[in-house]
Design a protein around this ligand. Sequence first.
Ligand code: M6P
Ligand code: ZN
Length: 170
Amino acid sequence: MPGLRSSEKKLGQLSGIFRDAQAFRGMDPDTIVYRVWWWEPVPGGTEGGLFWGLTEIQPGSVGDEYYMTHGHRHAVLDRAEFYGTTVGEGMLVLRDESGRSWFEAMKPGSLHYISGRVAHRVVNTGDVPLRFVACWPSDAGHDYQIAGGKGFGARVLRQNGKPSFTLTEE
Ligand code: M6P
Ligand code: ZN
């Protein structure tokens, strides 16, 4: 089908986003953290179209911080997005422009509406691959600066064997 794409994100491409730099340096940079398959039925930037994607995040952690997506907000700021979880357990970490950070629990069947202007990142807190589908406007684009290592104001860390959402100063 025209416009079908896929990409994989390896640890080495996620340098700076995990808190424990020492643990990160001790890991294989070729380890795949997540893969995305998506369909762009119209060219990127087209007003009024939609893209559809599937993301699969592996279970794992860097130190005590679970594997997660890089995270982004939309280049066209007011564009929204849906996420829907199909397999696994995780947390959708959100941050608005005022710097408020919060999360929504992800589990099979959970649906998440991400308003425009809100940065979003997904964390796999389970021990199986976390899969979610996404639908976003074809002219939304990605702005990765917001999450350039910091920017979410919150981290999901394993504490006493359980995920804990922790607000940070970053
Ligand atoms: C979802 C969508 C995509 C995004 C992907 C990975 O499938 O939101 O637009 O690219 O997740 O997230 P990121 O771009 O932050 O690596
Ligand atoms: Zn998005």
